[in-house]
Write a new protein. Structure first.
Length: 67
């Protein structure tokens, strides 16, 4: 499968600038899942900026109808 890094990078809302996985979604997802987290693209912009990408934070946002 061909990676669409350039296209993915344009849609990536990750605010962690030194991230080496930006635009490489398969690597990003694998990295975050190992830490019981979701990638930035699963979160609204204001929630992503907190850098709390935990499953629990995501569940709270779903419960509050923010996702």
């Amino acid at each position: 499968m061909e990676c669409h890094k350039e296209r993915n990078s344009k849609r990536c809302n990750c605010t962690y600038d030194p991230c080496s996985r930006k635009g490489i979604c398969c690597d990003c997802l694998q990295y975050h899942l190992k830490s019981r987290q979701l990638p930035a693209c699963c979160f609204p912009v204001d929630a992503e900026a907190t850098f709390d990408r935990s499953f629990e934070h995501f569940a709270r946002l779903v419960g509050a109808h923010k996702v």
